[in-house]
Design a protein around this ligand. Structure first.
Ligand SMILES: CC(C)[C@H](C(=O)O)[C@@H](O)C(=O)O
Ligand code: SF4
Length: 471
């Protein structure tokens, strides 16, 4: 029987089969942040152990870091400063490379790893962070783990890994102009639910993938975890190869390595006779920009849609009712035109250069609407530098956006970027949970172009109308 791409990746990294459901899996790369690593290092210390393969580990400070544009960033909050200094001490002691608070390349782990060529097709990448699924965009198996597992990976570069099921999601049709990977993933989650891929690694296939850049694929795979998936994968193609070679000159410029790499990458796809446990198929040719109205990423509707009607009080209706109460939106109301107070553009879902270009395309000569506070937090120092070089930063500042330093920031409000209760935010992030951006604050997830339109109009609005490309 043929194998799925997922099975091939697990197979090539299995050090030992433990039982029918578990293997000991080798990690080519282990990423760490300041938030989920301290206890792991403390655990190693207690046992008198050192990191087995420090060169295959990389750390960054991203969750708690302030993003105000000071030349030297100082973490004012005591416990957060301690987390950052602990990470530095631990990385120094263990010989692990660190993108520290004031490193020019510092950023969100899932933004910096690919941009420095650390992620290549066929790898297994582990991190104490759920959005590690992002790397599937490059044909690498990435997934999040907990703190005790971080300790195990540091000590052994392996993980006791419970096998996942195989799910395939076909995306066919031509992606309409104005529709982005963010809209497609919000559509998928709204259709299969926030638990719909639970226990599975999702492989995306279908003709629509050709229309998605690598950065767009990052967005798709990043948010697949919001459907409960344990991983997301896209078989590497020409788009992938081009991206990787641009980031990995050592491979691109060495003919022998390049030939070897190409040969390996060409094997990274599911066999024709591979069996998937679950299959879904979507036509993307009519997918509009999507926006969430509730407090779970699956409570998403097209911009022309309306919030759900009051149903007959089944479980979904109860969840809808609770979400509606929190977001203060009546049943059967339009999402287009809902007034917002704040705009947040950034995160590992949509904080990359293509996202910022999309924002500028919508903003044009417009200004941030009166009474709206709009922030742009690039995903990394490299994204920030690139945006400055392209003139994007100047345009954003001229339009009235705050141009920040990189970090997770208001994606989860673990630093000092926190919304006040009742503030309604148009956000390019991935989670709209109650209180995610500040206690009592309301989050509407959307694409960068949609967030830009919200910033300049002060309400959730179909950006295509602003550009005159849609009636
Ligand atoms: C802090 C971290 C453990 C968490 C995650 O795992 O995703 C965070 O990044 C998030 O987005 O909620
Ligand atoms: S940007 Fe948001 S989702 Fe991504 S790692 Fe940071 S907190 Fe998590």
């Amino acid at each position: 029987m043929g194998k799925t791409l997922y099975q091939k990746l697990v197979g090539s990294h299995t050090v030992a089969k433990l039982d029918a459901d578990n293997v000991l899996l080798f990690a080519d790369l282990h990423l760490m942040n300041e938030y989920t690593s301290p206890q792991a290092f403390a655990g190693l210390e207690e046992r008198g152990l050192m990191t087995l393969m420090p060169g295959q580990n990389v750390s960054t400070v991203s969750h708690i870091i302030p993003t105000k544009p000071q030349a030297i960033r100082v973490i004012a909050d005591g416990p957060s400063a301690l987390q950052a200094s602990n990470l530095k001490r631990n990385c120094d002691r263990h010989g692990i490379p660190l993108f520290d608070t004031n490193d020019v390349w510092q950023g969100i782990e899932h933004v910096i790893a690919p941009e420095h060529g650390m992620v290549r097709p066929g790898m297994v990448i582990i991190c104490g962070d759920s959005h590690t699924t992002t790397y599937g965009a490059l044909g690498a198996l990435g997934f999040g783990i907990g703190t005790t597992e971080v300790e195990h990976v540091l000590a052994t570069q392996t993980l006791v890994y419970r096998l996942a099921g195989n799910m395939r999601i076909r995306l066919d049709g031509e992606i309409p102009s104005g529709t982005t990977a963010k809209d497609i993933i919000l559509m998928i989650i709204s259709r299969i639910s926030a638990q719909g891929a639970r226990g599975y690694v999702v492989e995306y296939t279908g003709s629509a993938l050709k229309g998605l850049s690598t950065e767009a694929r990052f967005t798709l795979c990043n948010m697949t975890v919001e459907a409960g998936a344990r991983g997301a994968l896209i078989a590497p193609d020409d788009v992938t190869t081009q991206y990787i070679l641009a980031k990995c000159p050592d491979i691109a410029e060495n003919p022998a390595w390049l030939a070897q790499a190409r040969e390996h990458w060409s094997t990274l796809h599911s066999d024709n006779d591979a069996v998937f446990d679950v299959e879904h198929s979507f036509d993307v040719s009519a997918v509009e920009p999507y926006v969430t109205w509730g407090t779970s990423p699956d409570q998403a509707i097209p911009i022309s849609g309306r919030t759900p009607l009051v149903g007959d009080a089944n479980v979904e209706d109860q969840a809808n009712e609770r979400a509606r109460r929190y977001t203060m939106l009546a049943p059967d109301s339009a999402i287009d035109g809902v007034k917002i107070d704040h705009v947040f553009i950034g995160s590992c879902t949509n904080g990359r250069i293509e996202d910022l270009r999309a924002v500028i395309d919508v903003v044009g000569d417009r200004k941030v609407a009166d009474g709206v506070r709009a922030m742009v937090v690039p995903g990394s120092g490299a994204v920030r530098a690139q945006a400055e070089q392209e003139g994007i930063a100047d345009k954003l500042i001229a339009a009235g956006f705050e141009w920040r330093k990189p970090g997770c920031s208001m994606c989860l409000a673990m630093n000092d970027d926190v919304l006040a209760p009742g503030v309604r935010c148009a956000s390019t992030t991935n989670r709209n949970f109650e209180g995610r951006q500040g206690r009592g604050a309301i989050t509407h997830l959307m694409s960068p172009a949609m967030a830009a339109a919200a910033a300049v109009t002060g309400k959730i609005t179909d950006f295509r109308k602003l550009l005159g490309s849609h009636e």
